[in-house]
Each structure stands twice: as C-alpha cells, then as structure tokens.
Unconditional design. Structure first.
Length: 192
C-alpha cells in the first residue's frame, strides 16, 4: 500500500527515538476522495492506535493507517530527499483525490480516475482543472475545463495534443476522442 524509502525510514527512526516508547507513525488523508484531499504524517502513540487501523511494518517502526484513508493511500510513496536547499520529507499519494479504480471498471470511471490522478495535477500548475461531463455513445469524452484553463489561449492545444493523446493512448479501441464543452471566456481567472 505505502512505500517508504530507506532514507525516509531512517529519518522516521531518528525522530521516533525522541518520542515515548511504542510511538509509531500514522499516515492519513483528510477529505479523501475529494479535490481538497490532503495527506499527512504524524506521530502515533500507543493510546492513539485504533483496533481497525492497518499496521504496516517497516524497519524499526510501524505505520498506522485508518480504514477511511487506506483505499486512498494505495501506491503512496514517502521519501526523504536532501539537496542544496536542505532536506525534506515528501509524501505522494496519487489516489488521495479519487480511490484507485480496477482495470476492468467501466470506461467512464477509468477516464475520471485518469483525469483526477494524472491530468489535473499537471493543469493545477496553471490553476486549471478538467472534469468529465459525459461519455457519448460514439465513444467521445466530453470535458469541461475550469479555473485557469477557462479562457486560456492554449486550451485547444492542451485538449488535443495533451489530454486527448494521453487518453487515446491509455484507452486504445475504447475511446475515439475528446471534445470541449466549455464556454471559454477570458478574464482574471485565465492563465496566460
């Protein structure tokens, strides 16, 4: 479920040495399955362990995960990176905003998952996002842009050369293309 690099495990062991005996770590998601999902790591003293928590053993400590967060932490990674700017702990949880869907799930669910977990994180750098409005009988994904994408001069390029190519590559034979349903209007929200 959660992968913790050797460097991050060493960092946690060092931090936990200064905590009361039996203290482990807890990895959690606040607002799981929503666009406002946020992941976190905290200390987990023995009296904070719930019987329903999953216990993930690592070298020198356990990682506790509550049942609500667990499906949203599939494929999560924690690393401890050191560079010229210093050191930092990084937690990446690609499924925090939407629970991972099975490979045999309906196409509409797999497209929504791809948009939320892969496409929107790239658009977020420009304050944008995209949502699936419908999947037509002709196998066209109708998309709605929002935020900084609405009114952006590059939206057509993003749609055809970015999103459409990615989705067609990911769902060959299942999807024929994408269309934009957005009424684009320039404004303060637009990314230029």
């Amino acid at each position: 479920m959660i992968s913790i690099s050797d460097a991050a495990q060493a960092h946690f062991r060092k931090l936990l040495e200064k905590q009361p005996d039996g203290t482990n770590i807890r990895v959690f998601v606040v607002n799981p399955g929503t666009q406002n999902a946020e992941c976190g790591v905290s200390y987990c003293p023995p009296d904070a362990v719930d019987p329903e928590d999953q216990h993930l053993p690592f070298s020198g400590f356990d990682c506790m995960v509550d049942p609500l967060s667990a499906p949203f932490l599939v494929d999560a990674t924690i690393d401890f990176v050191t560079d010229q700017m210093g050191s930092q702990l990084t937690l990446k949880a690609p499924n925090a905003k939407m629970r991972k869907v099975a490979d045999d799930a309906p196409l509409i669910e797999r497209i929504e998952y791809t948009l939320i977990s892969e496409v929107n994180p790239m658009l977020a750098g420009h304050g944008g996002k995209v949502t699936l409005v419908e999947l037509t009988e002709d196998k066209l994904a109708i998309l709605q842009f929002g935020g900084g994408c609405n009114g952006c001069s590059m939206v057509d390029y993003t749609l055809k050369e970015g999103i459409e190519k990615q989705l067609l590559e990911k769902f060959p034979g299942e999807l024929n293309g994408v269309k934009d349903a957005t009424e684009h209007q320039r404004g303060d929200h637009s990314y230029y």
